[in-house]
Design a protein around this ligand. Structure first.
Ligand SMILES: [Zn+2]
Ligand SMILES: [Zn+2]
Length: 487
């Protein structure tokens, strides 16, 4: 899969000529990092099987019991110390090897998405209709990161190097905010840098950011009455939801350009002939800057108060979640880009190419990268991410950088049956190896060169510009361990 041209040529020449005419080549020891990469190539099948197992289990946020156990078992076997139940979350853990500075973290996720069950075939076909599936490729995310941490540990042991490598097992990325509660538990505080990857349809490092968000449910309590016989006796909670929603829709015109607001009515009453005494709307607001979002959010709360005032109902806000915008790190991104170029992209087999072509027939391909782009590493991307992630909260505590590996056919979006299919087959596993090798190389650079750590810290301080991170999740709020349960 990987071509390391210089070494390949050197070995071929050495084989062909023997040692005599080319003593300099014969005496050249292969670089220790290349040796590590070759070892990882040989271990890829084992880790591929683990990723397939987690893909088949497809456990949703905070229910990833078997997936977390499988990763813990691998890491424990490799000599890592496991800290369980981090932040009072049964599927959150850290796995640490070594001691002293620096402390380098590698982050993993393993939660699946509801309703995305899919076979590993190039047509939409559920394994179990309605069941969860790995549409965000977190089965690969968790395993590749654990694989990298173990490879780094092997390297440190062999070379007798100091320092600490830590794997962060972070649950419920998809809406459960696991990392916010891990951050609150303080497990990132002693860390010098955190490396993160994410499955995607291309290989590349990123300076892109993401949107901060605040999400909440607004509950309105009115008075029930017969809607025809005694409407004057009723006070409609649904009217309050509609009045609030209308006010929010008017507000849209007067918010900063990059703002996103979306909502669903989660309870609109039970029957038309009863004035609803309870109604609820679930709202997300997002903006690239948390302080600006605070201002937008306080105006949304005013819209809710107006809804209650105008309808003579009572309003309660139930806070759900909030994540920050991602703070990119220039030094770490440059380091990742360099290492990803050393690892290189992937070549499809004829079978994989046929699979990819079939998948692409099912996709809108405007603006999609062409087939073949998986063989390359893309230039560093610096766009504004349009989603939100709880990785962002970590990025305000410790220098953090994220990159993408082409685990999905070019053009396949996240959270789709196509990305679920790719995450369970060989294309996903090839992308996972690129990620694991890039992570391992970058972690070793950080562990062996203090200048890299300093540069990462300097980038962090420069981008942070003195701003103090403070999660908008109330300190009394517990992790929503049952957020995926059906009510
Ligand atoms: Zn996702
Ligand atoms: Zn994801």
């Amino acid at each position: 899969m990987k071509l390391r041209p210089f070494l390949a040529i050197a070995y071929t020449l050495a084989l062909f000529f023997g040692q005599l005419p080319f003593t300099t080549i014969a005496q050249t020891k292969p670089d220790a990092r290349d040796e590590m990469l070759r070892k990882m190539d040989a271990q890829a099948e084992h880790y591929g099987r683990l990723s397939r197992q987690i893909w088949e289990w497809a456990e949703v946020g905070y229910k990833e019991k078997q997936s977390a156990e499988l990763l813990k078992t691998e890491l424990r076997k490799a000599g890592f110390q496991i800290q369980e139940n981090v932040g009072e979350m049964p599927t959150a853990f850290t796995a640490t090897f070594g001691s002293g500075k620096p402390v380098i973290g590698i982050m993993g996720e393993y939660d699946a998405l509801p309703g995305l069950s899919q076979e590993d075939v190039a047509e939409k076909k559920a394994r179990v209709a309605g069941a969860p599936g790995h549409g965000c490729g977190h089965n690969l995310f968790g395993v590749a990161s654990a694989f990298a941490a173990i490879a780094v540990k092997d390297y440190l042991t062999e070379k007798k190097l100091p320092g600490t490598i830590r794997f962060y097992g972070t649950p419920a990325e998809e809406g459960g905010g696991g990392k916010i509660y891990m951050a609150r538990a303080g497990v990132f505080n002693d860390c010098d840098s955190v490396l993160v990857w994410h499955p995607g349809d291309n290989n590349g490092a990123s300076l892109g950011t993401s949107l901060a968000n605040i999400t909440a449910k607004f509950k309105f309590y009115g008075k029930a009455a017969h809607a025809a016989a005694a409407p004057d006796k009723g006070r409609s909670a649904l009217d309050a939801v509609m009045l609030m929603s209308h006010a929010v829709d008017l507000l849209r015109e007067h918010v900063p350009q990059e703002t996103r607001i979306h909502y669903v009515v989660t309870n609109g009453g039970s029957a038309p002939n009863i004035v609803p005494d309870f109604s609820e709307v679930y709202i997300y607001a997002r903006h690239p800057s948390m302080p600006i979002l605070d201002g937008i959010w306080s105006r949304i709360v005013k819209c809710a108060e107006a809804g209650a005032l105008g309808t003579e109902t009572r309003m309660e806000m139930e806070f759900v979640n909030s994540v920050y915008n991602l703070l990119p790190n220039d030094a770490l991104t440059t380091l990742i880009d360099k290492n990803m170029r050393r690892v290189g992209g992937m070549k499809y087999t004829a079978e994989e190419k046929a699979f990819a072509e079939k998948i692409r027939q099912t996709l809108p391909l405007e603006n999609a990268l062409p087939l073949g782009s998986q063989e390359q590493v893309q230039p560093i991307d610096s766009g504004l991410g349009i989603g939100s992630t709880d990785v962002a909260d970590v990025s305000w505590i410790v220098p953090t950088a994220q990159f993408s590996a082409a685990t999905w056919v070019p053009g396949a979006p996240a959270h789709s049956w196509q990305s679920t299919a790719c995450s369970g087959m060989s294309i996903g596993r090839k992308g996972m190896l690129i990620a694991a090798q890039t992570l391992a190389l970058s972690a070793i650079d950080l562990m062996t060169d203090p200048k890299q750590i300093e540069a990462a810290r300097a980038s962090f301080n420069q981008r942070r510009a003195g701003y103090e991170y403070k999660s908008r999740v109330p300190a009394t709020q517990k992790p929503p361990l049952n957020y995926r349960d059906k009510s």
